[in-house]
Design a binder for this molecule. Structure first.
Ligand code: ZN
Length: 57
């Protein structure tokens, strides 16, 4: 599976809201943050955007 925006890049993230596979670059930010996302609590993109890669517990 490759990125919906980059056919030559391997997709690493799946956006459940837009149902699209995204590469590292495209998955670094939400595609449509203005839209309510019922998957937000489970969204890896949202987490990456708001917590950063180094999550502290
Ligand atoms: Zn991409």
């Amino acid at each position: 599976m490759n990125c919906v925006n980059h056919e030559d890049r391997e997709a690493v993230l799946f956006c459940q809201k837009s149902k699209k596979w995204l590469c590292e670059e495209c998955g670094s930010h939400c595609l449509s943050p203005e839209l309510q996302c019922k998957f937000r609590l489970d969204c890896i993109i949202w987490l990456r955007e708001h917590e950063g890669p180094a999550k502290q517990s």
